[in-house]
Design a binder for this molecule. Structure first.
Ligand SMILES: [Zn+2]
Length: 173
């Protein structure tokens, strides 16, 4: 982020209202760095949970619930359902908000929903996922926590491991 997104002039770092921020002296544009929401969906079908084997960072190579960024023209719930459909082909009904997690300097906020698979055809996204599957509580993939990985990986793993542990015990539906 070295050049102004508005006028392409170089940015300088200045104190703005008590906080250091990149500023464009040419046009006055101030760069605000704010975390963005990532929707995560615990989607179930007949007591099984939908997981995807992630092809990309964060948590590349791990099994995790479908997750993704929200687009500007959709609600969180719409974005959550769309991500499930794109990654797995399944249509889901979003039932309720389960949890919200934030951690400084990761750049994101996890917004976790519970949903039900109500249709669609299983068809994985070959770019985002290596594999996908529905897992019963006693068949969840056993995964070791990431070591020497970026903070975002370790945090995502913690959040996910906690969710899967809750699923194993039985989600409060
Ligand atoms: Zn500018």
């Amino acid at each position: 982020m070295n050049y102004c997104s508005q006028c392409a002039q170089p940015l300088t770092v200045e104190s703005v209202a008590g906080r250091e921020r990149p500023v464009c002296k040419a046009c006055g544009h101030i760069v605000f760095r704010n975390p963005v929401p990532v929707a995560v969906v615990i989607a179930t079908l007949k007591e099984k949970i939908l997981l995807v084997h992630r092809a990309n960072a964060p948590l590349q190579g791990y099994w995790a619930p479908p997750a993704g960024y929200i687009e500007i023209d959709e609600t969180l719930e719409e974005g959550a359902a769309r991500e499930v459909q794109e990654e797995t082909g399944y249509q889901v009904a979003i039932d309720k908000l389960l949890q919200v997690h934030s951690r400084p300097n990761t750049g994101i906020i996890f917004v976790i929903y519970q949903g039900r698979i109500i249709g669609g055809q299983p068809r994985r996204d070959e770019i985002e996922t290596l594999d996908m599957g529905l897992f019963a509580p006693d068949q969840l993939p056993q995964q070791d926590p990431p070591i020497d990985s970026p903070e975002i990986d370790r945090w995502f793993f913690e959040v996910m491991a906690d969710l899967l542990a809750q699923f194993e015990k039985g989600l409060d539906t």
